[in-house]
Design a protein around this ligand. Structure first.
Ligand code: 5GP
Length: 190
């Protein structure tokens, strides 16, 4: 199963997916590539931080499940390891989510929204984004929201972090149970 978590910058997607993956051992979080510069307080392994040349070479080699340009930088999901039988979680923006849905129509898309634009801007500032970046991301969020809502299987408002994490875990579990119900039982295909 592929679980796509999408939503505007500053909504708390990173914190949510980290917690969800920590609590559910049947999940793993894909690590994206980006050409964006690392933020001062950002973990060194938050992304594979690549140069434009490295990124474009990987595109040419067919090494991405999806990739896009977002506010002047490349972001992409490396092609997942087919041998890993855990469910994969992707934390990506809506253009990438659309690509994944096209390739894998069964992917489950959860779109996360902030309680308000003011709160989103406050969270972006708290993260250390400069004012011009905050404004660009809030504007981008206005464009992304209708597309994300239309594409989403589930829309979650991240008002209270713990509630959001619980909601995500139960959404994932419900899709897993549905998939198990439709999977053939051993011997039933004889
Ligand atoms: P940020 O610069 O804030 O880390 O990420 C900017 C946006 O890019 C966020 O919406 C984030 O979810 C998205 N993003 C991160 N990794 C990927 C990826 O591999 N593919 C796509 N399409 N978007 C990504």
């Amino acid at each position: 199963m592929i679980i796509v978590v999408s939503g505007p910058g500053g909504v708390g997607k990173g914190t949510i997916v980290d917690a969800v993956v920590r609590r559910d051992p049947r999940l793993w979080l894909s690590r994206s590539w980006t050409t964006r510069e690392r933020r001062p307080n950002e973990a060194a392994d938050a992304y594979v931080f690549a140069t434009t040349e490295e990124f474009e070479q990987r595109i040419a080699d067919g090494g991405f499940l999806e990739w896009t340009e977002f506010l002047g930088n490349y972001y992409g999901t490396p092609t997942p390891d087919a041998d890993d039988d855990r469910d994969i979680v992707l934390e990506i923006e809506v253009d990438g989510a659309q690509q994944v849905k096209r390739i894998e129509p069964d992917a489950v898309l959860i779109f996360v929204l902030p309680p308000s634009r003011d709160e989103q801007a406050r969270r972006l500032r708290l993260r250390g984004d400069p004012n011009d970046k905050v404004l660009a991301r809030v504007k981008k969020a206005d464009e992304e929201e209708p597309v994300g809502r239309a594409l989403a299987d589930h829309v979650v408002v991240n008002d209270n972090l713990e509630d959001t994490i619980d909601e995500m875990l139960s959404i994932i579990e419900s899709h897993r149970s549905a998939a198990d119900r439709f999977a053939p039982t051993p011997g039933s295909m004889d």
